[in-house]
Write a protein of this length. Structure first.
Length: 218
C-alpha cells in the first residue's frame, strides 16, 4: 500500500516494475557494457525475479530497446523544456553548447557507445532504434531553431551547426575512454567550439538598432 493507505493498482505495480527493469538495464549498459548486460543480471539489479522480467519483456533485446527508448525519451523531453525556457528568457549559444555537452557526457553517449555496434549488425534492433533517435534529434532541433529565430539565421544552416556540434562532442566523449582525467583538454576544445558557434548566430540587425535607439532615448 502507499503512504495514504490506498492499494496500488496492477497497472501501477506493472509500471513500477518496468521502470526498475529499464533503470537497471541502463545502469548495467553504462557500468558494465552490453556483453555483461544479461537478463539474469538485469533482474538481479532491478530486484525482481527472472519470471517478472520475461513477463514484461520477451527478450534481452526487447528490454534493452525499451530502456534506450526510455532514456532517449527523457532526454528529448528535457531538450524541449530547455528550448521553451531558452525562448522565454533569451539565452546564448554558449548555453546551448554547455547544455548539450553535459547531457551527452553525463551518461547518454557512454550508453550509446554500447548499443551502436549491435545496431550496426542487427537490422531489427537498428530498425527499432531509428525512430527513437529521430525523436531525440527533433528535440535538439527545437533548441537550435529557437536560437536561429532569435538570431535571424537560416534554419537549415542552424541544423548544420547543430550536427557539427553533436559530431564533435561524440568524438570528444569517445576520447575520454582512453584520455580520462584531463578536464583542461576538453574545456579548451569546448571554448574553441563556442567561439565558432557564436560567429554563426550574430544579433539581428533590427534588434541591435532597436537597442541603440532605446539607449539613445534613455
Amino acid at each position: 500500500m502507499s503512504g495514504t493507505g490506498k492499494r496500488r493498482s496492477q497497472k501501477e505495480r506493472s509500471a513500477e516494475t518496468s521502470a526498475r527493469l529499464m533503470n537497471a538495464t541502463i545502469d548495467l549498459l553504462h557500468d558494465l557494457g552490453l556483453a555483461r548486460t544479461t537478463t539474469p543480471e538485469i533482474a538481479r539489479v532491478a530486484g525482481v525475479s527472472r519470471g517478472a522480467l520475461t513477463h514484461h519483456f520477451a527478450s534481452r533485446e526487447a528490454v534493452i530497446t525499451a530502456s534506450v527508448a526510455d532514456l532517449l525519451g527523457k532526454s528529448t523531453r528535457d531538450l524541449h523544456r530547455f528550448a521553451e525556457d531558452f525562448v522565454a528568457r533569451g539565452g546564448s549559444s554558449d548555453e546551448i553548447v554547455d547544455y548539450i555537452w553535459h547531457m551527452m557526457d553525463d551518461r547518454l553517449f557512454y550508453v550509446t557507445m554500447e548499443y551502436l555496434p549491435e545496431a550496426r549488425h542487427n537490422p531489427a534492433f537498428r530498425a527499432d532504434l531509428i525512430p527513437l533517435v529521430k525523436e531525440f534529434h527533433a528535440g535538439l532541433d527545437a533548441i537550435w531553431t529557437a536560437l536561429a529565430a532569435r538570431a535571424g539565421t537560416d534554419p537549415d544552416h542552424t541544423r548544420t551547426v547543430m550536427n557539427a556540434t553533436m559530431c564533435l562532442f561524440r568524438g570528444m566523449i569517445s576520447q575520454t575512454v582512453l584520455r580520462p582525467n584531463d578536464p583542461a583538454y576538453y574545456e579548451g576544445l569546448q571554448q574553441f567550439w563556442k567561439q565558432q558557434v557564436r560567429q554563426h548566430f550574430p544579433m539581428k540587425p533590427a534588434a541591435a538598432q532597436s537597442g541603440r535607439r532605446k539607449a539613445a532615448t534613455a
